[in-house]
Design a protein around this ligand. Sequence first.
Ligand SMILES: Cc1cc2nc3c(=O)[nH]c(=O)nc-3n(C[C@H](O)[C@H](O)[C@H](O)COP(=O)(O)OP(=O)(O)OC[C@H]3O[C@@H](n4cnc5c(N)ncnc54)[C@H](O)[C@@H]3O)c2cc1C
Length: 559
Amino acid sequence: MVRSPIQTSEGKTHQARELDALVIGAGFSGLYQLLCLRDRLGLSVQVLEAGAGVGGTWYWNRYPGARCDSESHSYCYSFSPELTQEWEWSERYPGPPEILRYLNHVADRFDLKRDIRFNTRVTAAHYDETANRWRVSTEAGETFTTQFLITAVGCLSSANVPNIPGLDAFEGQWYHTGQWPHEDVDFRGKRVGLVGTGSTGIQAAPVIAETAAHLVVFQRTANYSVPARNAPLTTEFKRYIKENAEEIRQVMHSTVNGHPFRIVDRSALETPPKERQALYEAAWATGGLRFRATFRDLLTDNAANETAADFIRAKIREIVKDPETADILSDFDHPYAAKRPPIDTDYFETFNRDNVKLVDVRATPIEEITPRGIRTRDAEYPLDIIVFATGFDGMTGSLLRMDIRGHDGLSLARAWAAGPRNYLGLQVAGFPNMFTVTGPGSPSVLCNMPVAIEQHVEWITDCIAYMRANGLERIEATDESMDEWVAQVNAAAEATVLPQAKHSWYLGANIPGKPRVFMPYAGGMAHYRKICDDVAARNYEGFTLSAARVSDAANKRFN
Ligand SMILES: Cc1cc2nc3c(=O)[nH]c(=O)nc-3n(C[C@H](O)[C@H](O)[C@H](O)COP(=O)(O)OP(=O)(O)OC[C@H]3O[C@@H](n4cnc5c(N)ncnc54)[C@H](O)[C@@H]3O)c2cc1C
């Protein structure tokens, strides 16, 4: 790695590390991006990671009950047949320890850690037009310069602690599930308040209830959930995974959401009610996200969706003994799966326990946190521990927490003041040579994410390889391509029931002041892959590629 002197704003000179590519984040995305750029293209690459280890989501989210919703044999890389053959998952849905073991195995197997700097938070990245390089600064005051900047910062990595008055004065302990301590939190004998009933709250509640003296669950939005039916993998299934690895990969690459099963090509509305009920019962018994794949029209037709909603409502009423609690749990305000669809282990059953209470904070909003607990409009709940399962500033949070500036000092925050705008979810006009892995505008969180991540990382790698092969130094999305892509992202969302969930983080609705824009691309992973491949095949149509700096007379416009 080369070092060159950098003049800081305070006039001091220090050494900057010069790189071909700098990757921010060492989760699934950052690890694979490092491997591709370093080992396939031979670039000098540095990964900077805020955490003390690899793993991203699974490094930070160690809350009780944390588990993957994707099935283990699909929640992994598929780029290396050897890796697929040598790794063995133990359960249908792995928890953080097992996923971390896997990602550490990958990092060690491909000798990645030597190029990852841990405990290093990036605070700023500024594009220097004249040099055609990004200058990246860390919290500790280090500087790196790089031609390519790749953000692999995660869609769900910016914890959202709600701004409830009084939290500072709370005399107990409080935690956010996305920043969980690495040592165990002891709930024994404690009165615990759990705020939030998204996927995380639904996973955590049953486990906390097992040891806490008392658990109060504060629910704003009633959420659909389907049993996960987690279990150890059988020997036969483990063999099936190995023997059919390539076929499983093909399925994941050709479905709309990257899972290892296809959505059944049958309409809920055209299926006679008795048969439909039997199919839902079978899907409920199988468990997991496969429930969503029972019919093809659940996400595109409200009436079809309502048949799934009715079925889940009836299940909740069957499971939960107290009718009033069952009513609150099933008072849905959005279509099934329009928010991230949770899967659970005994979530609804938990409300039959004597030590668990449900509070409907839509009816009686939380007004403040007192030194003793949480006070809603009509009661105060004394608590020793508060757990915020309130999610993340999704998709854009981690990007906008850095001071990213492109042309003429244009900040990403300003460019996205009305919501994220980019081309293919990969690049923003005004920010040359910067790529966003699983950025807004890509399928990302609507997909089994390792599939989306591998596709993005490989596309970026191929793009840089193409540039190198053709003597090109700079790539930037055009404004026009960005406008067209934003229109496509909106149209894809409007063709589904997804935007109807008005309180969804897909829309940014969980963050006060965040523009309401449906962020992920809902047109399906397989279709999206084809669009990206076609763009590449047409010499990166929609991007401007140039041989050197924009100011150079030799600037060569390719499109
Ligand atoms: C509880 C939970 C459950 C999930 N379950 C599933 C599931 O079942 N299936 C699925 O497909 N997806 C799931 N996801 C989504 C999950 O985030 C992705 O599957 C995947 O882990 C994302 O990998 P990534 O590398 O893109 O991002 P992340 O894993 O989020 O890693 C990003 C890394 O970037 C680092 N970083 C961010 N900003 C900076 C900065 N400024 N400087 C330095 N480092 C920085 C972070 O510390 C983090 O380590 C889940 C997410 C959560 C939170």
